[in-house]
Design a protein. Structure first.
Length: 511
């Protein structure tokens, strides 16, 4: 039986709902930029397609550098007024924004499905984590803020496309709660409509939000180097992050730069294979397009046969398909582990890297194929990559030393603890890591030598919510750490001479 699109979930349906909910921010065929407290029909709207099926969706209206500078100057004016708004009023406005986001939760999630390809379960989770996370700060802001004061200028946010709500909108609302005006650049690869709707709901409540689109090269002078900016918050890859780090270091500007790293899962003197099998499918959420994904397994050679017996059955259960395709129009959303990657270009890049690695000696242990029953008849599937597992990626391959940001696992075999640690530290710092070992003493001895901010014992670590801190070692993080009270501290000023916990050129201070 041919499957069909779930009733009421087409892009046209989502777009009409956006026009009805926030007509100030959406026009018939485009979204608008938000700056100087008003929605502006400026910028050149680029064409865009959904990773779900290659169909047209709204693209970002890209500003030029001069207009971006005007937006930043206007945000400074907003900042100077907002920082004097009493905290109870700021709290009330942010709380009202959260109520509005809750009211339109399903529309925000549907936009995430079309714009960045998240399955429904994960799209809803992204929205919910933003709302619930900011509520935690709203409830505790008196104690968290204390005598701290807002920064001299607005916070500029440049974030990747994979978590528009739970990372970007979450950060923006907490920054505003702490007394700062906030600026956000829409990610080039996706999420512009979801962010536009979220910012429209915030702006209605008087939150000083600026939302602009454009290329990094065009806007970095304004969003990173402009003297009006009080702090730069960046989430993305190491190459772009290194350029931002150079700029902010030269200017002595407050910064939070979350960058990628090769997060690893080590297996050493381990026998609880049923536990590993149970957790493995969860590691493929959103096709491993997460900064805390685990794409590398470092396995003790003598346990490799047991590892494969636990690993292969788990990855063979993964369901990949169209996130909105069902048998009957009124059926529940499909239960998928992941859908497409962010675009067809990324899918091709990964296919090419896998082919090259195999050509140079990697051993393919698993290569899944598409299940046609999980896709619409004749749909474009160019952005989909099905799970691949390679043994021994060659040192010349990007898969050997860098995060693939897709459902490609690599396995490295080791014989000694020294080799285990070297392989787990291959990328000069990571955000998370895990070591599976039966012996608690072995874990306690080896874990401190793993260069990751969070290390789990037989279980995955995540970015965290609410009071859980987050940061990175080595090249995976630069600047102030965040999470819990540290997020508020990173975007406010404390006592003279204060040293924030973080990874800075002149010092590293753990919380």
């Amino acid at each position: 039986m041919a499957i069909t699109l779930k009733s009421g979930t087409s892009w046209a349906d989502a777009w009409q709902r956006c026009l009805a909910v926030a007509p100030e921010a959406f026009r018939d065929d485009r979204v608008l930029n938000l700056w100087n407290g008003a929605w502006q029909a400026d910028g050149r709207a680029l064409p865009a397609t959904s990773p779900v099926d290659g169909s047209p969706i709204a693209g970002p209206p890209r500003l030029d550098a001069d207009t971006a500078h005007q937006a930043v100057r206007a945000s400074l004016d907003q900042h100077r007024a907002w920082r004097h708004i009493p905290l109870p009023e700021r709290r009330a406005r942010v709380a009202a924004t959260l109520d509005a986001l809750t009211e339109h939760r399903e529309l925000l999630a549907l936009l995430l499905v079309w714009e960045i390809g998240k399955p429904w379960r994960l799209a809803q989770a992204d929205v919910d984590r933003a709302i619930d996370g900011v509520r935690w700060y709203v409830d505790g802001i008196d104690d968290t803020l204390g005598e701290r004061t807002p920064l001299p200028g607005p916070v500029s946010n440049i974030a990747s496309w994979n978590y528009p709500m739970s990372v970007l909108v979450h950060a923006m609302l907490v920054q505003a709660l702490a007394g700062n005006a906030v600026i956000a650049k829409t990610p080039t690869d996706g999420g512009v409509s979801c962010l536009t709707l979220a910012c429209a709901l915030a702006a209605r409540e008087g939150i000083p939000v600026t939302l602009v689109s454009g290329s990094g090269g065009q806007l970095s002078e304004a969003l990173v180097r402009a003297p009006e900016i009080g702090c730069v918050s960046f989430v993305g890859g190491r190459d772009t992050g290194a350029a931002v780090a150079t700029d902010v270091a030269d200017l002595g500007k407050r910064h939070i730069l979350e960058q990628e790293g090769l997060n690893t899962w080590g297996i050493w003197n381990f026998t609880d294979w049923d536990k590993l099998t149970a957790v493995l499918p969860k590691l493929f959420d959103y096709g491993k397009q997460r900064c805390t994904a685990y794409p590398r397994f470092v396995v003790q050679r003598e346990a490799f046969d047991d590892f494969l017996a636990a690993y292969l059955p788990a990855v063979r259960t993964l369901r990949v398909g169209h996130p909105l395709a069902v048998e009957h129009p009124d059926d529940p959303y499909p239960a998928l582990d992941f859908g497409p990657l962010i675009n067809a270009a990324k899918a091709k890049e990964l296919h090419d890297q896998v082919a090259e690695a195999i050509d140079r000696g990697a051993v393919p242990l698993h290569r899944a194929t598409a299940d046609p029953e999980l896709f619409l008849p004749g749909q474009d599937t160019g952005a989909y990559v099905h799970p691949v597992t390679l043994l021994g990626p060659p040192p010349s391959s990007p898969l050997h030393h860098a995060e693939p940001f897709g459902p490609v696992d690599t396995i490295v075999l080791v014989d000694t603890e020294a080799e285990l640690l070297a392989a787990m530290n291959a990328s000069n710092g990571a955000l998370v890591a895990t070591l599976s070992t039966d012996d608690e003493a072995t874990y306690e001895r080896l874990a401190p030598q793993i260069r990751a901010f969070k290390v789990g014992h037989g279980k995955p670590r995540s970015r965290g919510d609410r009071d859980e801190l987050f940061g990175g070692f080595g090249a995976s993080w630069r600047g102030a750490f965040v999470g819990g009270e540290l997020l508020v501290r990173a975007v406010t000023e404390g006592p003279s001479g204060e040293r924030l916990p973080g990874n800075f050129p002149e010092y590293q201070l753990m919380p």
